[in-house]
Each structure stands twice: as structure tokens, then as C-alpha cells.
Design a protein around this ligand. Structure first.
Ligand SMILES: NC(=O)c1ccc[n+]([C@@H]2O[C@H](COP(=O)([O-])OP(=O)(O)OC[C@H]3O[C@@H](n4cnc5c(N)ncnc54)[C@H](O)[C@@H]3O)[C@@H](O)[C@H]2O)c1
Length: 432
């Protein structure tokens, strides 16, 4: 669909009431486009909630993906993060920077910043805080009738996953667009590989292995002036309540690809893991390695590994063993060995921009693209792997989805004391 067509179909679908309240309200200005082209008032308004690295990156990506949007409002727990994001965005090339000059009165800080962004007149929101807050922010965004781009993972526990699934269904009823930051689903080489799987090029998948093994990520030491809560939020990778642990925060990408290729979610898993290298207090209480064996319907087994230990062999990949061949999905270099040899030979795309192109074409065309369920399932796949490793017990999908009472929400969203939980101990940590 070209740009003119997409504008026209946006107006058509808005008139038909097929889009969310925010975008529908925008129809007044959208219909006032003159022959001279788009004015500021004709653009869809984007709000960003969570102005860190990815929130800032996603703003740049959506501006690159479409000339029909402008950044309208920004929210973060901390005003210094809003300001640094605003400064970084000001340094983009002019065609992008000119569409993200947000005045102070539409910059919000605090735990309620998300509500202020949602009430500021935006049509689309980017949800890019740490994943703990995603269920709450997503639920509020859908209730407010906004189209959503939300980063993975979308929760840290079963309670959050259930909330995301329910809000995703509500978004579908409202025909809102929901795109998730599982960008492999928008990447040309992955799409080509999945088309090969669907056409039977490797036969029936019987097992798979996937990994996100790398060195460390950033870590923020506690400053004396900070409360525990502030430190947990600024150093969020290392607390299960804020990140879900690295199996959820990072490895969710690979597990999503497994669910996608196999076309199912796991029935059960067993796992082991621990904390061997990163034992200093700044690493909170999370593990630094996991190994999980997932069983899918039909006896398909997925062996999953993730590690954040510097100085070791890195591997970020998925491999699928079928009755007729083996698929390696390495981004940009996907290939099949076996009877139907194949190698991805097209130009790969930038999936971070493509996911926003797909979002915009759904918003403008009223298509209601909705990735909430898939990313919620990928998140639960990772969460159940963590639960199995922390407790040493087998965890079933049924238990994690419908019975588990695990909810990592702290007693209050307030800046104050918040002790670091004990490191989980298999055989002793209860499965709840
Ligand atoms: N798809 C990808 O490849 C990819 C890459 C990087 C990060 N991510 C995901 O993006 C999300 C953000 O990661 P990041 O690297 O940008 O982290 P970050 O720490 O740079 O940014 C997170 C921001 O959220 C803010 N925040 C925390 N709690 C908040 C609240 N209650 N309300 C408003 N703001 C709040 C923080 O102050 C911070 O500025 C994570 O879920 C992460 O897993 C995805």
C-alpha cells in the first residue's frame, strides 16, 4: 500500500469506526488535509512511556517508518530519563528531529506518568519501561482506546501474562493495533524461513534447540541518595520483579521463534540454572545461566539455554530438526540442510523499523494487527522456564497459565525500602 492509499484508507476506516478512540478523534484534523500535503495537525500523535534506550530507539524507528506520525508526549518514572531521551532525539536527522520536539508541558515523570501520556491526546503509545509495568500500562492503553507498540517481554509472572492476554482480547474487540517488540516476526529472513517450514521443507519438526548465550549487560550500582525502589528501577535487569530474570528479558526472543516455528506452546518443562559468576550485590538476585527442556505437543522437545557470563562462547540462535532437514534461523543467514537445501539470499531488512511500518499500515488501514497473544505466550514460555529452574519442579503450561498464584508486584509503587529477595534455591523455593 502506498502512502496516499494508506492515508485514504485510514480516513475510511476511521469513518467506519474501525479504529480506536484516540485515532478516531484525530479524524477531524485528518480530513482537513489540504492539497499542500500533511500539516502538523494531520499526523498521528505518538506517546512514549519509558524513555530509556529502547523507548528512544522505538520513537526513532516509528518516525523513520512513517511520515504520518509525530512524537507528542513522553513519560518516565524519572525526569532525567525523559530529558536525556529528548536530547538524544533532538540529535536525529532533521526529518525525524522536527517531528519529536515535545514541550515541557507534555513531559511527565513519576509512577503515574503513563496516565498523563494516555490523557494527552495521543493516538499510538510505545510501552518501553521494564517489563514489570507492561501489563498495567497495556491494560490502561487499551482501555483508553490507543494503538500500541509494546516491547518484549510483556510481563514477569503469570499474573501479568493473564492481564496482557485479557487486554489483548479487548484490543481485538476494539480493533486496535497491537505490535510487539519481538522483531524477528517482522524480519525478512525469519519470515522466509517460516514460509519454508510451513511448506514442509524440513518435514515434521521433532526437536529444536535455541540459545541466548552472551557476556554481561550494563549494571548500575546503588547511589547513596537512592531509595531501594529507585535503585531497582534504574538497575532493573537484576531483579526478577522488574525484569523477570534474563531468561524472560532476553531469551524470550528465541523462545518466541520456537513457538512460532512449532506452531504451539509447550506442555511442560524442567530446568536447571544458577548464579555462578555474577554474585556481587549489584547483580541483585537473578541467575546467570539457565538450561530448560520444554516438551511440546506431539513429543517435540526444545532444549533452551541462556547465559550471561563474560568470557564464554557466545551463541544467539535457533535450530529446528525436522524429519526431512535441519533449519538454522540465524538472522540474515537462514539456511536448510537436507533434501530441500536452501539458503536465504535476499537482502535482509531492518526489523526494528519494519515492525513500525507494519504497525502503521495496520493503524492507517484499520486492519487490527494484534500480536498480544503471541508475545504473551512467548513471555509465559520463558516465565515457566524460570519457575522450573528456581524451584527444581516440573512446570506445566496449564499450571503456569491458569493456576499459578505467582505475582511479583511489590507491596507499593513508592520510593522507599525494598529488600533484595533471596537467590532462588532449587528444591527449597516453592512453586506457587
Ligand atoms: N526488542 C529488542 O530487541 C529490545 C532491545 C532492548 C530492550 N528491549 C526491551 O525494552 C524494554 C526497555 O528496555 P531498555 O533497554 O530501554 O531499558 P532502560 O532502562 O534504558 O529504559 C527503561 C525506562 O523505563 C523507565 N521506567 C521504569 N519504570 C517506569 C514506570 N513505572 N513508568 C514509566 N517509566 C518507567 C526507566 O526510568 C527507564 O528510563 C525492556 O522490556 C527490554 O526488554 C527490547
Amino acid at each position: 500500500m502506498n502512502h496516499e492509499q494508506s492515508r485514504r484508507s485510514f480516513i475510511r476506516s476511521a469513518a467506519a469506526g474501525a479504529i480506536g478512540a484516540g485515532a478516531a478523534a484525530h479524524l477531524v484534523s485528518a480530513t482537513s488535509w489540504g492539497a499542500s500535503g500533511r500539516g502538523t495537525s494531520a499526523r498521528l500523535k505518538v506517546g512514549v512511556i519509558g524513555c530509556g534506550g529502547r523507548g528512544t530507539g522505538a520513537v526513532s524507528d516509528i518516525l523513520s517508518a512513517s511520515p504520518d506520525v509525530e512524537l507528542w508526549a513522553m513519560g518516565d518514572a524519572f525526569i532525567d530519563r525523559v530529558n536525556s531521551s529528548r536530547n538524544n532525539l533532538a540529535g536525529l536527522e532533521e526529518s525525524l528531529a522536527s517531528r519529536c520536539r515535545v514541550p515541557d508541558e507534555r513531559c511527565f515523570a513519576g509512577f503515574d506518568a503513563y496516565q498523563k501520556v494516555l490523557a494527552s491526546g495521543v493516538d499510538i503509545v510505545i510501552l518501553a519501561t521494564n517489563p514489570h509495568f507492561r501489563p498495567m500500562h497495556f491494560e490502561a492503553a487499551v482501555a483508553a482506546g490507543k494503538h500500541v507498540f509494546m516491547e518484549k517481554p510483556v510481563a514477569v509472572d503469570p499474573a501479568g501474562v493473564r492481564k496482557v492476554i485479557a487486554a489483548g482480547e479487548e484490543a481485538a474487540r476494539k480493533r486496535l493495533t497491537v505490535v510487539a517488540g519481538t522483531q524477528r516476526r517482522h524480519e525478512t529472513s525469519y519470515l522466509a524461513a517460516m514460509a519454508k517450514v510451513r511448506e514442509g521443507a524440513i518435514g515434521r519438526i521433532v526437536s529444536a534447540n535455541c540459545a541466548w548465550n552472551q557476556g554481561g549487560l550494563w549494571v548500575v550500582k546503588k547511589e547513596p541518595a537512592w531509595s531501594d525502589t529507585e535503585w531497582h528501577l534504574r538497575n532493573w535487569l537484576y531483579f526478577a520483579w522488574t525484569s523477570g530474570d534474563h531468561i524472560v528479558e532476553q531469551h524470550v526472543h528465541n523462545l518466541d521463534v520456537c513457538n512460532w516455528a512449532i506452531g504451539a506452546t509447550p506442555l511442560r518443562c524442567v530446568a536447571s540454572g544458577g548464579r555462578q559468576v555474577r554474585t556481587a550485590p549489584e547483580y541483585g538476585h537473578i541467575y546467570d545461566h539457565f538450561a530448560v527442556q520444554y516438551e511440546y505437543p506431539g513429543g517435540v522437545t526444545v532444549h533452551s539455554y541462556c547465559r550471561q557470563q563474560p568470557g564464554c562462547k557466545d551463541r544467539v540462535a535457533e535450530q529446528f530438526l525436522g524429519t526431512d532437514g535441519v533449519l538454522d534461523t540465524s538472522p540474515g543467514f537462514a539456511s536448510i540442510a537436507g533434501a530441500n537445501r536452501w539458503r536465504f539470499s535476499e537482502r535482509n531488512n531492518n526489523p526494528y523499523v519494519q515492525e513500525h511500518r507494519d504497525l502503521m499500515s495496520s493503524v492507517l488501514g484499520g486492519q487490527g494487527l494484534n500480536e498480544a497473544k503471541a508475545v504473551a505466550e512467548a513471555t509465559l514460555t520463558a516465565v515457566m522456564g524460570r519457575m522450573a529452574a528456581y524451584t527444581g519442579k516440573e512446570v506445566t503450561w496449564e499450571f503456569a497459565l491458569n493456576e499459578s498464584k505467582l505475582d511479583l508486584t511489590p507491596p507499593a509503587y513508592a520510593f522507599g525500602p525494598l529488600p533484595t529477595p533471596e537467590v532462588a534455591m532449587p528444591g527449597r523455593t516453592p512453586l506457587i
